[in-house]
Write a protein that binds this ligand. Structure first.
Ligand SMILES: [Zn+2]
Length: 338
């Protein structure tokens, strides 16, 4: 039995993600030589939680950014992605300085282009690009079968249909990209307790995806004989253009002609324009597993021959949190279905 997490303190629900990450990574801290201390600050410099509320209360690690960075005090959970590990992951590369070779070992906070899922039982699974997978496959986690080369979302779907994320209400963590900015990832690490709000954590922060609506959309498409179109960018283009505020009436009219029951489909797709922009990619991954995913969506979809959609009323949920670097994208248009 590991000592870490053996007697977890009562946790605020919004801190469940941190608790799961802490529990899932005890092996990393076991091999770490970092000295802990009692902090004199009020909060963790990374996640900003008070010292009484972190997984190991009133215990911090002093951390410096680079050689000249000022000392910061971070909680053990926020420190964990910064721990290099030869045993758990493996050799990342050799650093060459003059004639000196220094081994650099893998750490969670340096897994660029890699994802992760932590189940309600605090089991961690990592998805890695093939090159990283090769580097780390012989490490402890590799030997335990925790590494794979699937896309993070595909791994998430496969764990979901295996029942590994049940009960969802207990919370699981989905990390879209560990990246290399630990601060960005750990500032707001969100757990998911409902498929209506799948929290996608990354180095750019946490954003939310309505996976329930995506699965419902897949069902409606399947019912209408459109399953093969689900992952096709060309099929969704008029919807994607509208979500970006670039409405094309002619293309949309043609789209309506091609869909047997467009009202039902338009009612099923997520209301959030950011979610709509992900439709082709995410639906393409969901559709092959639709039968196994449907039990997670108990509510029946309305098959609608009903009124054609008027200008969409303001039923749009507020955008809870979006990555901070959205500036590069065209801003989706809020408040309109099309
Ligand atoms: Zn922290």
């Amino acid at each position: 039995m590991t000592v870490y997490g053996a007697a977890p303190a009562p946790v605020r629900p919004q801190y469940r993600g941190y608790q799961l990450l802490y529990q899932a990574t005890s092996a990393l801290r076991r091999g770490s030589f970092a000295a802990t201390l009692t902090p004199t600050t009020l909060n963790c410099a990374c996640c900003d939680r008070r010292w009484a509320e972190v997984e190991v209360p009133f215990t911090a690690v002093e951390y410096h950014y680079g050689k000249c960075g000022e000392a910061e005090y971070v909680c053990l959970t926020c420190y964990t992605p910064r721990i290099p590990s030869q045993d758990i992951l493996g050799l990342e590369r050799m650093n060459v300085t003059g004639k000196t070779l220094t081994p650099i070992y893998g750490k969670l906070g340096m897994l660029v282009g890699s994802g992760g899922i932590i189940t309600p039982e605090a089991e961690l699974y990592l998805t890695l690009p093939p090159k990283l997978f090769e580097k780390y496959r012989d490490g402890e986690w590799g030997q335990q079968g925790r590494l794979s080369i699937e896309k993070p979302f595909v791994r998430l779907i496969s764990l979901l249909i295996q029942g590994a994320l049940d009960p969802i209400e207990d919370g699981f963590v989905y990390i879209e990209n560990w990246g290399r900015k630990v601060d960005g990832l750990m500032r707001q690490l969100m757990s998911t307790t409902s498929l209506h709000e799948l929290w996608c954590n990354s180095e750019n922060g946490a954003s939310v995806l309505d996976l329930h609506a995506i699965i419902t959309t897949a069902q409606v498409m399947s019912d209408q004989g459109l399953a093969s179109q689900a992952g096709r960018f060309a099929f969704w283009k008029p919807i994607l253009d509208a979500a970006k505020g670039q409405r094309d009436d002619k293309a949309f009219a043609q789209w309506l002609d091609n869909v047997p029951d467009p009202a039902a489909l338009l009612q099923a797709i997520p209301t959030d324009p950011y979610d709509r922009l992900k439709l082709p990619a995410v639906l393409g991954w969901v559709m092959p597993y639709l039968d196994k995913l449907l039990p997670y969506c108990h509510t029946k979809t309305q098959s609608s021959s009903a009124t054609f959609l008027p200008a969409q009323p303001s039923t749009q949920p507020p955008v809870v949190s979006k990555p901070s670097n959205e500036g590069a994208h065209v801003e989706p248009e809020q408040g309109k279905l099309f």
